[in-house]
Design a protein around this ligand. Structure first.
Ligand code: COA
Length: 280
């Protein structure tokens, strides 16, 4: 009797995601980006920064996506720039300088997050150090699990917090405390960060993402164009004189005059029903 051919081996090929260093998921109005390099505490390499930019760019015009949530894992949001990736070759030095604004993703990513037209919320558990903390500060606000730790330890490596840390941190907590934290590399707890208004909320361990999602749910009732313009107005205004700030605020308010959503918002109010915004 002829032997039955061996059953074809089932191939359970792992479905590969689009990215190597991040995971992405769309959930109830948010693009959730998970930094996913756990063996290196989510240290930022250039490819990961490029992936973050790419993922955010892919939904910027997607109207159902209202905001971006960044997260890591329970041990680390992000332990900063990948220290193993710092080039020491003398011949690279000025190429790195020339490329830093226009080509290096690990610099572009930070300003990309700052200038993004939708809110970027960081849900931080575990370490947020160096570039990890700087990334969270370039976002719009931070929610921290109670075991989160924040710090700018670059000085230990004779580096400086060069991804916005020496600019953003003093603007949040004042120059004197920022200097102390940078010059001692002291890590602060979520509770202390809350006291300094670095974070908006502290949650039980592991619940920062849930709190961020709750806030996204609340934001979904607000006109998305209003959120886009108020983000611009607040961020630009903080970099201007008060008089210039009022002026650009008035211009942005005027820009919304012709939106369908403004009409819908006012009509819905008059008709005592919830507004249905389209983002146009
Ligand atoms: N760049 C590259 N690798 C990093 C890293 C970074 N910024 N931070 C952590 N890692 C790696 C470690 O080298 C280690 O990898 P290995 O297992 O292959 O050796 C792994 O992540 C786990 O880190 P480890 O130091 O073993 O964990 P820990 O719990 O003892 O300490 C920290 C955690 C965050 C306190 C410590 O890793 C640290 O100080 N990291 C550097 C933080 C920093 O200076 N950031 C600013 C960079 S400019």
């Amino acid at each position: 009797m002829a032997r039955k051919p061996a059953a074809k081996k089932k191939t359970t090929a792992k479905k590969k995601g689009k990215y190597e260093f991040i995971l992405t998921a769309k959930r109830k109005g948010a693009l959730e980006i998970t930094l996913n390099r756990p063996e290196k505490l989510n240290a930022l390499n250039e490819a990961m920064c490029g992936e973050i930019i790419d993922a955010m760019a892919s939904v910027e015009n997607e109207r159902k996506i209202l905001c971006v949530i960044l997260q890591g894992n329970e041990r680390a949001f992000c332990a900063g720039a990948d220290l193993s990736g710092f080039s020491d070759r003398p011949e690279d030095r000025y190429d790195n300088y020339r490329a830093r604004y226009n080509a290096r993703k690990n610099r572009l990513m930070f300003t990309y997050v700052k200038d993004y037209t939708k809110p970027v919320i960081s849900a931080v558990e575990g370490y947020a150090l160096g570039g990890g903390f700087e990334l969270a500060m370039f976002g719009d606000f931070i929610i921290a699990g109670e075991a989160a730790q924040f710090g700018l330890p670059e000085g230990r490596h004779s580096l400086i917090p060069g991804a916005g840390g020496t600019q953003n941190l003093p603007r949040i907590i004042g120059a004197a405390l920022a200097k102390e934290l940078i010059w001692t590399a002291r890590r602060i707890s979520a509770e202390e960060a809350l006291g300094h208004r670095i974070v908006n909320h502290v949650t039980p361990k592991g619940k920062a993402l849930a709190k961020a999602r709750e806030i996204v749910e609340q934001m979904s009732k607000i006109g998305p164009l209003s959120i886009m313009m108020t983000k611009q107005s607040i961020d630009r205004g903080l970099d201007m004189s008060l008089a210039q700030g009022f002026q650009q605020e008035a211009d942005l308010a005027y820009l919304l005059t012709w939106s369908d959503d403004r009409k819908e918002g006012l009509t819905a109010f008059a008709e005592r029903r919830p507004a249905k915004f389209k983002g146009q």
